[in-house]
Design a protein around this ligand. Structure first.
Ligand code: ATP
Length: 302
């Protein structure tokens, strides 16, 4: 089966800066891949190579089996860059119509605007839209041409909670109908909510490429959250402890079963016991800086 995106041994420099260093990544049909990395990690550069806007210095990039610099390969590609310069004096429906004209079988403008909750804004000039509304339009534009694959660079940056949830639904719908998605995000909960596969990039290199579950499992630390008037940070097996509101305490441990046995055995009064696995935020911290979670700060956080 042909990969939708195939990046092999790609290196890309900007002068002295090595933005991508021997990166390989394959995305198959219907996958939803979340790309994470600190600022400057190389995520946008990678997307610009996949969309044919830039060429690698070495290595190869294929999009739907072709060269991404060939317009024929890009007909089935939708893209939302990090920043979109919308023509300020055009109305929302005019912008959609304009982009739609570049594709052989575009979505009807009304249907697309409905999908993204933009129907009421159809006659507004884009210059008068709020930042969140512009962002919604920018993501909507990536789907106008019924693409087989979309590249979304930080799609929900600047959106409020409900705007983000609405966009997540639109991305999920597109994916549920068989679309392939490669997205970058600084919101770890966004990747956790949407992606089945997580690629972590740092300093131009792929640190991790695995299923979301496997990435989460890799962080063996668990959080035991409990309310107690006693200070539980000193129980055996607690790697780190933090106080939340009131007498709520978060205890990080490698073995939550053993810690619960210790807690019960200690005879201390407690209530509201919860045991949680790692969040993607914790996994990410651990992957980019091993030991970040419980290593260096052990003791300090108590
Ligand atoms: N046109 C350019 N000229 C010079 N340096 C560049 C250019 N584009 C990117 N870089 C550099 O390449 C590196 C990777 O940048 P890139 O934008 O790909 O990172 P990113 O992971 O997308 O970051 P962010 O999360 O901040 O968007 C950075 O050091 C950046 O400064």
């Amino acid at each position: 089966m042909t990969e939708v995106v195939e990046v092999s041994g790609v290196t890309r420099r900007f002068g002295e800066v090595l933005a991508l260093d021997d990166v390989s990544l394959a995305v198959g049909p219907g996958e939803l891949v979340g790309m994470l990395g600190p600022n400057g990690a190389g995520k946008s550069t990678l997307l610009s190579l996949v969309s044919g806007q830039r060429k690698p210095d070495s290595g190869t990039v294929r999009l739907l089996g072709g060269d991404p610099r060939d317009p024929a390969s890009r007909v089935s590609l939708g893209i939302t860059p990090q920043e979109t310069g919308l023509p300020a004096t055009l109305r929302v429906h005019e912008v959609v119509d304009f982009v739609a004209q570049h594709y052989p079988s575009p979505l009807p403008t009304g249907e697309l605007l409905e999908l993204f909750g933009l129907r009421d804004l159809a006659r507004r000039q884009t210059g008068s839209l709020s930042g969140g509304q512009k962002r919604r339009l920018a993501v909507a534009l990536s789907l106008v041409g019924r693409p087989r694959v979309v590249l979304l660079d930080e799609p929900t940056t600047g959106l409020d909670v409900s705007g983000r949830a609405a966009l997540w639904d639109a991305i999920r719908d597109y994916h549920a109908e068989g679309g392939t998605v490669l997205l970058t995000s600084h919101y770890l909960e966004e990747v956790q909510a949407l992606a089945e596969r997580v690629v972590v990039i740092d300093h131009g290199r792929v640190l991790t490429d695995d299923t979301l579950d496997a990435v989460l499992r890799r962080v063996s630390v668990r959080r035991v959250v409990v309310s107690s008037s006693a200070d539980l940070g000193g129980l055996p097996g607690v790697a780190r402890a933090e106080r939340e509101a009131g007498d709520r305490q978060v205890l990080w441990t490698a073995d939550s079963d053993a810690l619960v046995r210790e807690l019960v055995g200690s005879g201390t009064d407690f209530a509201g016991l919860e045991i949680r696995g790692a969040t993607l935020e914790e996994a990410f911290a651990e992957l980019v800086t091993p030991g970040a979670l419980v290593g260096a700060s052990e003791g300090e956080a108590r």
